[in-house]
Design a protein. Sequence first.
Length: 280
Amino acid sequence: MVVGGLSMYKLIVCDLDETLISRDRSISEKNIAAIRKATAAGVKFVPCTGRGYNSVHPTTQQLGLFDQEGQYVISYNGGAITENKDEKLLYFQGITFEEAEALYKRGLTYDHLCLHVYTPDQVWVRNFYPEEVEYLASRQPCTEIFSDDIDFLKGKEIVKAIYMNTDYAYLKRIESEITDLTGNMDVSFSSNRYMEFNRKGVSKGNGLRRLCDILNIDIKDTIAIGDNFNDLSMIQAAGLGVGVANTIEGMREDCDVITENDCDHSAVAEVIDRFVFGEK
């Protein structure tokens, strides 16, 4: 519902890669202008990503949200919620070292599998194949490792782990073969290349619920925008769940709305114009 030119929606959570950010790694001026207009009207715009908080800084700077009080980022697929002002950590939930170690060592037994281990301030990558180096350029700073163990991470907080391969069927096969390791984890898929391992109960949807609790916002007054399976939980949780036009086929029917435009053609601006300001 739009009243007096402004909807009743109070908060927008939005995936980054292939949703807000186009395939050429840019954010359109139309998206930036729409988001700035919404935040000026009092609507909170919250990037919600599987990436780490620090990697979102260039995006929040472009959107005018960097180091701003009362503005937030949900990172690590809901594993952390941070207020942008002074990087105040409001919530954190990771996996244990033992869980990460088991996933890492099992991952090494598979062919052509890139492995990520995330700590709060760093991403450690084994088998850093050229296609992954190219994909992560400007998206996520990483450190390549060559060891067959991750003993150097003992005693550190670990947020999540990732297996990467661009063959989705291969990742699904691996998922079915490692269930002995994932009983206490939520497994999700993103960017048509990642299988992600978070603590059970950690998801973008639960991240949205926690932020709504913190801000005393009714979840019915929220919009979630995404494109891939790790966005599905927030799309289902929000008052309005939106998939951009390039949303993966297997979850399109779970979205309330599919935009006309894709990530390369300002889909987020379309959502804000239509559902926040009531513009055609």
